[in-house]
Design a protein. Structure first.
Lengths: 115, 110
């Protein structure tokens, strides 16, 4: 199993550009989520999904869109990038059997720089 | 405002020393998790505590969940350079919403 994979590993955008961060998992996990990690802030939940076709907002959803058409994939879209979105983005997945208290498996992250 | 406050933010100690990291909140959590993150990688789960007063041991690491389920601590005995990393606590506040603390960066010098 590859676990949780994220692409790209690193991206530079100009303000106003759009892009999609890809996340895939091969563990048949129902629950997937996106976090951003900024210095001194820990990880903050952006959006999450409890299954295909179901998504919900986390702590910091503004400026980001998600969809979940399959169990395996959970892409994160930035429609119009802003410098405040410069961060490291992590995707995570789990079986979703304990309301989030089960083991979360994290991907390696995508480093995004918005100029 | 961080719902989960971790202290200290940074800790540099000599190999063989003991240390404790704290994770405090004014909110009650149904469970609390501790993760360790190494540079360039995602966090990896160390432990989940679910019962107030619960103590779990993982080799040289001891985790405790406060009686009121608002705080937790991580104690490392005889720290080794391999323990170096960023330690994060995360509270499950409501279904599927994990709240992470700001992290404690630990450096263990040989």
């Amino acid at each position: 199993n590859a676990g949780v994979t994220q692409t790209p590993k690193f991206q530079v955008l100009k303000t106003g550009q759009s892009m999609t961060l890809q996340c895939a998992q091969d563990m048949n996990h129902e629950y997937m989520s996106w976090y951003r990690q900024d210095p001194g802030m820990g990880l903050r939940l952006i959006h999450y999904s409890v299954g295909a076709g179901i998504t919900d907002q986390g702590e910091v959803p503004n400026g980001y869109n998600v969809s979940r058409s399959t169990t395996e994939d959970f892409p994160l879209r930035l429609l119009s990038a802003a410098p405040s979105q410069t961060s490291v983005y992590f995707c995570a997945s789990s079986y979703g059997t304990s309301g989030g208290a089960e083991t979360q498996y994290f991907g390696p992250g995508t480093r995004l720089l918005v100029l | 405002t961080q719902l989960l406050e971790q202290s200290p933010q940074f800790l540099s100690i000599q190999e063989g020393e003991n240390l404790t990291v704290y994770c405090n909140s004014s909110s009650v959590f149904s469970s609390l998790q501790w993760y360790r993150q190494e540079p360039g990688e995602g966090p990896v789960l160390l432990v989940t505590v679910v019962t107030g007063g619960e103590v779990k041991k993982l080799k040289r690491l001891t985790f405790q969940f406060g009686d009121a389920r608002k705080d937790s601590s991580l104690h490392i005995t005889a720290a080794q350079p391999g323990d170096t990393g960023l330690y994060l606590c995360a509270g499950v506040r409501s279904s599927y919403k994990l709240i992470f603390g700001s992290g404690t960066r630990l450096l263990v010098r040989p």
